[in-house]
Design a protein. Structure first.
Ligand code: MAN
Length: 506
């Protein structure tokens, strides 16, 4: 702004000087120079002017545009074709000003692309009408179309951004759900592991299992036998005492009776006692006696006992708390496993009870559930962390494909996946797997190996467009493919651009 103002002031000063006039030439505007730069063509007091790029070369002001090149930078001939490197400024009123290489001045060709006002052909070799008005209208139309396309592209991009954000949000939601499910599944595994342990403990210690009716009856029977044995022992003791006393009486009678008295009863008693003493006594066993006391048959109990005849069976279980039993069982299993592992004990398959089988099945299912959830969680985590380009925008396009027929091939590009080449009749050739996004480019690498060359790869150059479209395919180097595409993903906010422009101008 400051420079502009300064230039305008200088221009005013220059015009003033021109009006004042050092000579006739100086009073005219210099041809081929913009109104802003007219001020650069002011002579010194002596009527001399210095070449713009060579201040040491001074020429009389009359030599400007005299169709002879005096300045090495061509600055003395802006309005003629005398200098090969000069520049001709076209004012193009009503349109955008242009700068033409001055050798194209008066060459008999209307250079409308740069000089719509036809001022480059001022010598009259050819008549160039002023086309600035229609060209400005055309430009305006084009700009309006461009702006429309930009708005459409930006609208499409906004939709893509919404889709990408919602895809990510549902992924994150799913991730949270899977995490909760995983937590529950881990708890299920822990519980199932505990249940297996308990079932194994119960199965390997069945005699001591609380609530087993046979065990309870067996215990009762033992107590019954113990009581019977005690009763029998005291009865035997009493009878033995009485027998001892009787024996003393009979012994005294045997020793002290008078055989000269003919008492038949005494003689008979002494004789019977002597015979008894000579006869041997049978061995007796209290336990055997006590078993015979029970009227109920033990067959059933004994049968159960045989069925429970597990070598692991230990009868201390009923007397210890369940947690201790689990601990003991675990240690015992560890010891057995250790001994089996080190070849000190033969491996023995212990047939499992249905409780153990059920518990193990539940554990397997719980572990399987954890594995499946882990896999799902990993897949989601990979997707969340994957590269979907600037602002994650290509998340909305991942897996979408665009195709184009170029020469003998159909080319296909799938976002975040692959790029392929398909001949009219023949096999597909992979041109690379998605590798990364970088600025406005996508890289696909590691395609099919080129004959005698590298693996095929693709670079995709993108620019803004309302639709995803494959515009062109080329092969700048053997097996290196360049795809040019449009995509709304590359569009920017036209309003932000506008406000940017305004800011630049301020
Ligand atoms: C095939 C195509 C071509 C490639 C050659 C290389 O014909 O994939 O694009 O240049 O192989 O041998």
């Amino acid at each position: 702004m400051f420079f502009k103002a300064q230039k305008v002031c200088t221009a005013i000063a220059a015009s003033f000087l021109i009006v004042q006039g050092v000579d006739a030439v100086k009073s005219k505007l210099i041809r081929g120079v913009s109104s802003e730069d007219q001020a650069l063509y002011v002579p010194n007091e002596a009527g001399y002017w210095a070449c713009l790029g060579h201040k040491d070369i001074l020429i009389p002001i009359s030599k400007i545009n005299d169709d002879y090149c005096d300045c090495p930078d061509g600055s003395d001939e802006p309005g003629t074709s005398a200098c090969a490197n000069g520049k001709f400024h076209c004012q193009n009123k009503g349109h955008v000003p242009g700068v033409l290489p001055s050798y194209q001045v008066n060459d008999g060709i209307c250079d409308y692309d740069l000089c719509c006002d036809g001022s480059d052909e001022w010598a009259g070799l050819v008549k160039c009408e002023n086309k600035c008005r229609e060209m400005a209208a055309e430009l305006q139309k084009r700009e309006a179309e461009n702006r429309k396309a930009q708005i459409a592209g930006w609208t499409a991009r906004t939709k893509l951004a919404t889709k990408a954000a919602s895809l990510k949000a549902s992924l994150l939601k799913e991730q949270t759900q899977i995490e909760a499910q995983l937590k529950a599944a881990h708890a299920r595994v822990e519980k199932a592991e505990e249940a297996v342990k308990m079932a194994e403990v119960s199965s390997s210690m069945r005699v001591g299992k609380k609530g087993n009716p046979y065990v309870e009856r067996l215990k009762e029977r033992v107590l019954e036998y113990q009581r019977a044995k005690e009763a029998m022992a005291s009865r035997i003791a009493a009878l033995e005492l009485r027998l001892q006393e009787t024996e003393v009486i009979l012994l005294n009678l045997k020793n002290d009776y008078n055989p000269n008295y003919n008492d038949e009863a005494v003689k008979q008693a002494v004789k019977t006692y002597s015979t008894l003493l000579e006869a041997p006594l049978p061995e007796s066993n209290y336990a055997e006696l006590s078993y015979q006391l029970s009227a109920e048959s033990d067959d059933e109990l004994l049968k159960e006992e045989v069925e429970d005849n597990d070598p692991d069976l230990v009868d201390y279980n009923s007397y210890i708390p369940i947690e201790w039993r689990v601990w003991i069982h675990t240690k015992k299993r560890e010891l057995v496993d250790f001994l089996v592992e080190h070849g000190l004990l033969a491996h023995r398959d212990i047939s499992e009870t249905s409780d153990v089988k059920t518990a193990k099945k539940e554990l397997d299912e719980a572990n399987k559930q954890v594995q499946e959830l882990d896999k799902k969680a990993q897949k989601i985590a990979d997707n969340v962390a994957a590269d979907f380009g600037p602002d994650d925008i290509f998340r909305a396009l991942a897996g979408d494909c665009i195709t184009a027929e170029v020469g003998d091939y159909t080319y296909e590009l799938c976002f975040n996946q692959k790029s392929i080449q398909k001949p009219k009749n023949g096999m597909i050739t992979p041109l690379g797997k998605f590798d990364r996004y970088e600025g406005n480019k996508i890289y696909y690498t590691g395609g099919a190996k080129c004959w005698n060359g590298p693996q095929r790869s693709t670079v995709v150059e993108m620019r803004c467009g309302e639709k995803n479209k494959l515009l062109s395919v080329s092969e700048p180097a053997m097996c290196e493919y360049l795809f040019r595409i449009t995509s709304p993903a590359m569009c920017t906010d036209p309003e932000a651009n506008e406000s940017g422009k305004v800011r630049d101008e301020l």
